[in-house]
Design a protein around this ligand. Structure first.
Ligand code: CTP
Length: 372
């Protein structure tokens, strides 16, 4: 039995990037031998084991990664006579198809190191097409390594186009697609993910709504440059769509609740944020009430950030005084103390109305102070 380090760990070490988790490949072993050594199988049909102490994944060398039944919807053929080269040729990219043994010897039958040096994302073989999710993976790697100058190889882009045309992208589960989208959104240049998807016609298949959204990517780029969290990035991406479409897209990918919620609110209220300085205090109060800023101040802050990223994307690096103004307004409304009203004996609806009245007064005072 031979054990190799494979995939991302080898790639990122050669790139001089931090290695987060290590995947191991086991050649020449049977399921029974692995179990006898104490490795725990991750599932009945899938030849992957967890090391009893390190918790790292050890996969038996295998061929065939076609969609079907089994772990994550795949079928595999694993056997002790599958060689290292046979396993590696079925992987997605040459830069992900390198292996390293104990003493640091590199096995690179498909020239991944050369492609790393040439900054090329190139598929290993026609087996790439066995898993349509790889179209999204390549786009995600392009977004991650864009700052290093990586590009998708022409022949790989052509193959990705064929996969888009085959209709198989629509058959990907929401969970698998979202996992890639989520990771791509958090990369340093997430707009590249969508540019690559567009270039291979996958955007049309997966997120056709974005085709008529000319500012989406610039807003997302700003959000990434300002280290915004996932839900703000998602909101920036979808902000030109109608709220009902934002909801439908978010639900189609089963995006987490906070992503969906913020994106819809941005779709609904972005123009109010842009016009914040001109809003009468009643409209300011309505906006704050809509966001329930008293109980959920962070969500309002994230809304302002998303609107600011969008404005910066459209007007260059001009200042966006609306952001501080709205944060100040939220603070003024939140500073209204409910205690004196309760002590005055108010309850229920009367208390609610009074509180609203006090907040309106606070906002009117804030507004006139801001106007100087
Ligand atoms: N792999 C593949 N096709 C897929 C998923 C994975 O060929 N659809 C192979 C690649 O060789 C990859 C390895 O399995 O390098 C490990 O996959 P994964 O852990 O998902 O990705 P990493 O390459 O480690 O990348 P990341 O840094 O994004 O985790």
């Amino acid at each position: 039995m031979h054990i190799y380090k494979v995939g991302g760990a080898v790639r990122d070490r050669l790139l001089g990037r931090p290695v987060s988790d290590i995947d191991w490949l086991v050649v020449g072993a049977t399921v029974e031998q692995m179990q006898a050594l104490g490795y725990r199988p991750v599932g009945a049909d899938f030849p992957v084991f967890i090391h009893p102490r390190s918790g790292e994944e050890y996969a038996l060398a295998r061929t065939e990664r076609k969609s079907g039944r089994g772990y994550g919807g795949f079928t595999f053929h694993a056997s002790p006579d599958v060689t290292l080269e046979e396993d590696l040729i079925r992987r997605d990219l040459t830069i992900n198809a390198m292996a390293e043994d104990d003493d640091g010897t590199l096995y690179d039958p498909y020239h991944g190191k050369e492609d790393l040096e040439r900054r090329l994302l190139r598929h290993v073989s026609p087996a790439f097409a066995e898993d349509p999710l790889r179209v999204l993976r390549v786009a995600r790697f392009a977004a991650r390594y864009a700052p290093l100058g990586f590009k998708v190889a022409d022949e790989t882009l052509a193959l990705m186009r064929q996969i888009s045309a085959s209709g198989e992208l629509q058959a990907l589960t929401a969970e698998r697609s979202w996992k890639e989208i989520e990771r791509a959104l958090m990369e340093p240049q997430p707009q590249v993910f969508f540019e690559v998807l567009r270039a291979c016609d996958a955007l049309q298949a997966l997120l056709p709504e974005l085709e008529d959204s000319p500012h989406a990517l610039a807003g997302l780029e700003q959000a990434a440059q300002h280290d915004q969290p996932l839900h703000v990035r998602w909101a920036c991406l979808l902000r030109e769509l109608q709220p009902a479409t934002i909801k439908a897209v978010s639900q189609r990918f089963k995006a987490p609740r906070d992503c969906q919620e913020l994106a819809i609110l941005v779709g609904e209220c972005l123009s109010q944020c842009n016009q914040a300085l001109e809003l009468p205090s009643t409209a300011l109060l309505e906006l704050l009430q809509k966001f329930d800023v008293y109980r959920r101040p962070q969500r309002f802050d994230d809304f302002i950030s998303a609107c600011e990223m969008d404005a910066r994307a459209r007007q260059g690096s001009l200042a966006y005084p609306q952001a501080d103004y709205l944060r100040g307004a939220a603070a003024a409304a939140r500073a209204v103390d409910v205690k004196p009203l309760v002590q005055a004996g108010l309850t229920g609806q009367a208390l609610g109305e009074s509180l609203k009245g006090e907040r309106l007064k606070a906002l009117t005072a804030y507004k006139s102070a801001a106007e100087g």
